[in-house]
Write a protein that binds this ligand. Structure first.
Ligand code: HEC
Ligand code: HEC
Ligand code: HEC
Ligand code: HEC
Ligand code: HEC
Length: 332
């Protein structure tokens, strides 16, 4: 249903629907629960889904939605035995810069929408809403500065944020959101029923951010890694991998964080020979720091024409390797 198409004059449409909305909200006040955070209830993500369908789908597929029910978290807490672990895995709503307080309601929702958006009875965000506030289904507060900076993520991602703060970069130091919430042109609202349809009918398409929180982001503003090779002698070569990310590879404070660096020699017929492999592990101080360069010296086989360097993320199940980077370098 595309309600706005019936009317031609934008301004009269806006007034008419504002009135309609106002009336419908007075009549049903059906959306009061969205900003309620007390013993009578807690706004669950599926309530936001009624009008923010696409953001909901993205969040639902992310680790944030499963941070409490994640079996590895359950194991590590001996079946939810440690209260101090709950604060970031099932946080209370609130937007301070401090580590969040633990929540005792709807814990299975994990890092849910209101954990990042609810404060003092308002749903805060980075964008100016299109409609006047009194006709919106929930109160809104606008704070782009807070939402686009790394500290927003850093109150839970403490270790990675510390790496980011200490990182020295050549150019601009991008915030977490730039890479882990890729940009998209769209409306933040899509409705699932008639009343919600009226509520969201007017939003315009603008530049927004996807809630993917991917652990290997695919959309980066610049190259994450670059390669270089230097000849040492006729059979030896040095390969340099430069990390341009503003945090370690691998990064993360908890669980298994291993990245494999694998170097293959490629011959004239495309045949591959494994020349070298190393595990980068934060705990063993072998992670590649932000801005730093890893240098490997390799013995070549006679028919090697060029090299392929791969970075692979090894998951909790070591048989699953996800590609972070693959690049080729010609022999000097
Ligand atoms: C309220 C605490 C909290 C905030 C704020 C938060 N996160 Fe998270 N994040 C978590 C927790 C807890 C996990 C681990 C979930 C799991 O794997 O079970 C996580 C997981 C992730 C992962 C996946 C890591 C992996 O290994 O799979 C990424 C990427 C991520 N967060 C990015 C972000 C970004 C970017 C921001 C800021 C926009 C952010 N987070 C803000 C708590 C938070
Ligand atoms: C881990 C924190 C986090 C969680 C969880 C989260 N958001 Fe967001 N949200 C953000 C951040 C950060 C931005 C702003 C990103 C930017 O502009 O750089 C944002 C932006 C938005 C916006 C503004 C439009 C846009 O896309 O930029 C809306 C609406 C929104 N979120 C709704 C939701 C809903 C609904 C959920 C749950 C399904 C949710 N968010 C879950 C952090 C979060
Ligand atoms: C009945 C429909 C409806 C429901 C349900 C709903 N929203 Fe909204 N939301 C809207 C509309 C409409 C806007 C204003 C969009 C505009 O004009 O830009 C909005 C705006 C927002 C914004 C402000 C975006 C910004 O950048 O300032 C955030 C954040 C947000 N909603 C989060 C949520 C969360 C979290 C929930 C669930 C607790 C939720 N919404 C439930 C309709 C809804
Ligand atoms: C320039 C892009 C970029 C920026 C900015 C960035 N990241 Fe990443 N992030 C990546 C890439 C690429 C990976 C995959 C490689 C890796 O594991 O280091 C990643 C991986 C991660 C992981 C997953 C680690 C794992 O293997 O489970 C987390 C968590 C994370 N980043 C959090 C953050 C936080 C928090 C910030 C801000 C302080 C941030 N990132 C800033 C690009 C970026
Ligand atoms: C300061 C916030 C914070 C606290 C407190 C916290 N975590 Fe986490 N946890 C995170 C974040 C962020 C991630 C994802 C990225 C990372 O590892 O840094 C995570 C990820 C995890 C993972 C990895 C999940 C996976 O899928 O691999 C486990 C396990 C875990 N946490 C267990 C715990 C335990 C046990 C405690 C209590 C001792 C705890 N956490 C306390 C923020 C926190």
């Amino acid at each position: 249903m595309k309600i706005q198409l019936i009317f031609s004059n934008k301004f009269s449409t806006r007034i008419l629907f504002s009135l309609l909305l106002f009336l419908s909200f007075i009549l049903c006040s059906g959306f009061n629960g969205l900003t309620r955070d007390n013993s009578k209830g807690f706004p669950r993500a599926r309530e936001c889904q009624k009008c923010h369908q696409e953001i909901f789908d993205e969040w639902q597929a992310s680790a944030h939605a499963h941070s409490f029910v994640n079996p590895r978290y359950q194991d590590a807490t001996d079946g939810y035995d440690f209260l101090r672990c709950i604060s970031c895995h099932a946080p209370q709503p609130g937007l301070s810069d401090e580590r969040p307080e633990p929540r005792d309601m709807e814990q299975s929702e994990g890092v849910t929408c209101v954990a990042c958006h609810l404060e003092e009875g308002r749903l805060a965000g980075p964008l100016d809403p299109w409609l006047w506030e009194f006709v919106l289904p929930h109160k809104v507060s606008v704070d782009p500065e807070r939402y686009t900076r790394s500290r927003f993520c850093g109150r839970c991602h403490e270790g990675t944020f510390a790496e980011w703060q200490a990182a020295e970069t050549d150019g601009e130091k991008y915030s977490c959101q730039v890479c882990h919430m890729p940009p998209i042109e769209r409306k933040s609202t899509q409705a699932s029923n008639i009343l919600a349809e009226i509520a969201v009918a007017f939003e315009k398409v603008t530049a927004q951010k996807r809630h993917l929180f991917q652990r290997i982001p695919l959309t980066l503003p610049e190259e994450a890694f670059t390669l270089e090779a230097q000849k040492i002698n006729s059979t030896k070569v040095a390969v340099m991998l430069h990390n341009h990310l503003p945090h370690n590879v691998p990064t993360g404070d908890f669980g298994v964080r291993i990245v494999k660096a694998r170097i293959l020699g490629i011959d004239d017929h495309g045949g591959e020979t494994l020349l070298f492999e190393e595990e980068l592990i934060k705990e063993l101080k072998s992670a590649l720091g932000p801005g730093s360069i890893k240098r490997w010296e390799l013995d070549l086989t006679g028919d090697t024409r060029h090299l392929t360097v791969r970075l692979l993320r090894v998951g909790a199940d070591p048989s699953i390797e996800e590609s972070i980077f693959s690049g080729e370098v010609m022999l000097p």
